[in-house]
Design a binder for this molecule. Structure first.
Ligand code: BGC
Length: 791
């Protein structure tokens, strides 16, 4: 047992009840409470750089923070498939935290990309839990190697922004286990994170943070999590119930708003003193862990971190197509088109916003790299903030393109289209960018399109350019990294960790995304991403795992041998080209005779290999028992069904290079379980998957503490409340003069619309008391008879 938890329990035993209860809520927005013998510590965002707000910033001002290295977002880091690199990035993040006295970095986020339109997919790694879990674990190990806590978030089934504070995710047990819990399980087992953050939403009718099953039975008892569980910011619904469930710390602090109720729950016996003390001990434990016996913080070498950010951005950029134009010859005239070349899109909007230490815009970086070898011209093509183009901008771009030897065209998603807080409405690029691609590729087919965006795209124009490089949101060194990749100084090291479909309707979740006003139903079950495409034989435009290289790789000599705890897969990978490069060996497992519904194949292991030209390497990967298992709903446990399985090794889910059939022995009993016969469950099928009737969505009326401010608009009083809150936020944020690339206005507009009434207490630090919130609910219900009747 760790010394700190023993010491923490000893400290808590000596504290009075006021202090113990006090420890369970934060101090302001970013600190934990102190108590005798317990220091207050700082917990702040995260995840791809520190966002430590300046003392002068108002509580909600996201963009006023100390400069910190802005590493590539998780979308880009996820595409590296490189745990070693992520560990290095994590260590750099940890060093910066130490230097800034940040004790816990709020990240990584590892929610599954259920639908590419999720507004926050840039902050998540993959549509696959195995990739998400292992990459998150690597980042956590790196951060914590510096004595700084990480926080894996947002636990659980928080896969959209729409109504994220109140939405009820309806998902069957097997899908929850196999898709949504697995990443957290891997991260917990492989990296022992010091904290986990619970999400705002409900799962199957219960707030995640109040579910003892999720917070204690599964997270702690099964997965072995031994750290502190905290709420997402403002995700407090019923504090005593949450403490009972195993959710230790409420953030931000609510100035004692709940203390009386916590005491009452103790008196009533609905909360045990042992649970309360243990929650406080975990707060103390974290404070001790992050403040004692640490070596002095080293000075941060920001230049080195910038270089690491540049390396990671290149390693995460995915070459989607290439007719041979790349690497680009620095010769003749190269037209750079796209305002993002000057005003880069390099990180997502919302709580993860970092004030970078420096920014490499593409245009100057490219010009410097090309030097005198070529003439570089430039045309903006669109407005960087909105993405809109005009006939004049299009003409200018056409002209620049037609006279050039080759064109580099930067397009993507402006911040206003993609942010924490709201989802995208389409997987397409904006009209302006699509029009520009059409105009430029027509004027000059030797065009390389570079994409700067955080989530999957539908690309009906993909056959037009000579090459497409998906650079994602590559962090502060993204511009120079793109120049490196285009010119062949670096290789495009990324492989897609998410599928890019041909059409939005090809996403099995699409019909139930983002759900209704109070409920979202995961009727696609296990058919997320490639699990759908491969099972339904509906090809993705760019499949999961795909990414081209500047060299080529051969796979040979596959062997799959029984080992003590599963199977050992070996395969020889040879760099058959004439440039150094890396490839991601992907191992999928397919159950050939399953009696439960299963996706066609599932990723169960991967390895990144770096090879010199002509070099070969034997890669060894392990498949444990779990690689063959399903979650058996009848026994509530993992079970392996004996029979034939195929092990498939490839360079993407659709580029399988070698396969072998093995016979797996097992005594486990697997109970037949039906799934969605046509990939989206009917009412009857969904009820069978859930084991009960599909719940009726919560009605919006009468008003409750969970009604959102947007819901209140049907009432006169409600409209006045919303107007007041809006006014206050606008004033606090100075939104009227927000910078042009700032998506805060959109994010906060949605935040206000979707904030539950009880959130006013949490967000006001208790100033708007729970009793006032309850009185408001009563008044609203009394004064809206007409609207009520209309519903
Ligand atoms: C986000 C978290 C973040 C927290 C603090 C929340 O709205 O969901 O990811 O860590 O705010 O900024």
């Amino acid at each position: 047992m760790r010394d700190t938890i023993t010491e923490a329990r000893r400290i808590v035993a000596g504290l009075d009840l006021d202090h113990i209860i006090g420890l369970l809520s934060g101090k302001g927005l970013w600190y934990s409470q102190d108590a005798p013998g317990v220091p207050s510590i700082m917990l702040t965002d995260g995840p791809h750089g520190i966002r430590k707000q300046l003392d002068t910033a108002d509580t909600l001002e996201l963009s006023k923070s100390v400069p910190a290295t802005c590493f590539p977002t998780a979308a880009a880091l996820g595409s590296t498939w490189d745990p070693q690199l992520l560990e290095e990035v994590g260590a750099a993040l940890g060093r910066e935290c130490r230097a800034e006295d940040v004790h816990v970095l709020l990240g990584p986020g590892l929610n599954i990309k259920r639908h590419g339109a999720g507004g926050r997919t840039f902050e998540y790694f993959s549509e696959d839990p195995y990739v998400s879990g292992h990459l998150a674990a690597a980042l956590v190990r790196g951060i914590q190697s510096q004595g700084v806590g990480a926080s894996v978030k947002h636990y659980l089934a928080n896969n959209q922004e729409h109504r994220r504070m109140t939405i009820d995710t309806i998902v069957d047990e097997r899908t929850l286990r196999e898709i949504y819990l697995t990443g957290f399980e891997i991260a917990v087992r492989e990296s022992s994170p010091w904290t986990v953050m619970s999400s705002y939403n409900l799962v199957n009718g219960e707030h995640v943070g109040e579910s003892r099953t999720l917070m204690t039975d599964i997270l702690r008892d099964e997965f072995g999590f031994d750290g502190l569980a905290m709420t997402d910011w403002g995700a407090t619904y019923d504090r005593p119930a949450a403490v009972h469930a195993g959710l230790d710390l409420e953030m931000p602090g609510s100035n004692g708003a709940w203390d009386e109720r916590v005491r009452a729950a103790l008196d009533a016996g609905t909360l045990s003193r042992a649970d309360l003390d243990e929650a406080a001990a975990r707060v103390v434990d974290l404070a001790l862990r992050t403040t004692t016996s640490l070596p002095d913080a080293a000075t941060v070498d920001h230049a080195a971190h910038h270089r690491l950010a540049r390396q990671a951005a290149a390693a995460g950029s995915v070459l989607l197509t290439n007719d041979g134009i790349l690497p680009l010859a620095a010769a003749g005239t190269i037209a750079v088109i796209g305002a993002f070349a000057e005003t880069p899109r390099y990180q997502g909007a919302g709580s993860s916003l970092v004030t970078p230490t420096q920014i490499d815009a593409f245009l100057p970086a490219f010009r410097e790299a090309v030097g005198d070898s070529a003439e570089v011209t430039y045309a903006p093509g669109y407005d960087a903030r909105t993405g809109a183009t005009t006939p004049a901008l299009l003409d200018e771009a056409r002209e620049a393109a037609s006279g050039a030897t080759s064109v580099v065209l930067l397009v993507g998603l402006p911040a206003a289209l993609e942010s924490e807080g709201f989802d995208r409405t389409t997987l397409r690029l904006g009209e302006g960018h699509e029009a520009l691609i059409a105009a430029v590729t027509e004027a000059n087919p030797r065009t390389v399109v570079v994409l700067l965006n955080g989530g999957a795209l539908v690309t009906p124009w993909a056959d037009k350019p000579a090459a497409i490089l998906e650079a994602y949101l590559g962090g502060q060194a993204g511009g120079s990294a793109i120049a490196d990749v285009l010119l062949g100084v670096s290789e495009p090291g990324g492989r897609l960790a998410e599928s890019f479909p041909n059409a939005q309707e090809d996403v099995a979740a699409d019909r139930n995304f983002p759900g209704g006003l109070t409920q979202v139903e995961y009727r696609e079950g296990l058919y997320v991403g490639y699990r759908f495409h491969d099972s339904a034989d509906v090809p993705a435009r760019f499949p999961f795992g795909h990414g081209l290289s500047y060299t080529s790789f051969g796979y040979s000599s596959l062997s799959v041998r029984k080992s003590r705890n599963g199977y050992t897969v070996t395969i020889t990978v040879t760099n058959t080209g004439d440039r150094a490069g890396s490839d991601v060996v992907q191992v999928y497992v397919r159950d050939l005779e399953s009696s439960v519904y299963r996706p066609y194949q599932e990723l169960r292991a991967f390895a990144k290999v770096h090879l010199a030209p002509g070099a070969s390497q034997q890669v060894t990967l392990r498949l444990d028992r779990r690689a063959f298992a399903v979650w058996d709903v009848a026994s509530h446990s993992w079970a392996v069904e004996a029979g034939e399985f195929e092990v498939l090794v490839g360079a993407s889910s659709r580029d399988i290079r070698a396969r072998k059939i093995i016979r797996v022995a097992s005594d486990d009993v697997v109970t037949p379980a039906p799934g969605p016969s046509a990939f989206v469950a009917t009412d009857e099928e969904f009820a069978a998957m859930l084991g009960h009737e599909v719940p009726t969505a919560r009605p919006q009326l009468p008003f409750t503490l969970d009604s959102t401010l947007g819901d209140l608009r049907v009432s006169f009083l409600g409209r006045r409340v919303v107007a007041m809150v809006n006014k206050r936020i606008e004033k606090q944020l100075g939104l009227a003069d927000a910078s042009p690339d700032d998506a805060q206005a959109g994010m906060f507009a949605t935040l206000v619309e979707e904030l539950p009434i009880r959130g006013l207490t949490m967000m006001s630090g208790g100033e708007f008391s729970l009793a006032t919130a309850q009185r408001l609910v009563t008044a609203l219900n009394l004064t809206t008879p007409k609207a009520w009747r209309r519903r």
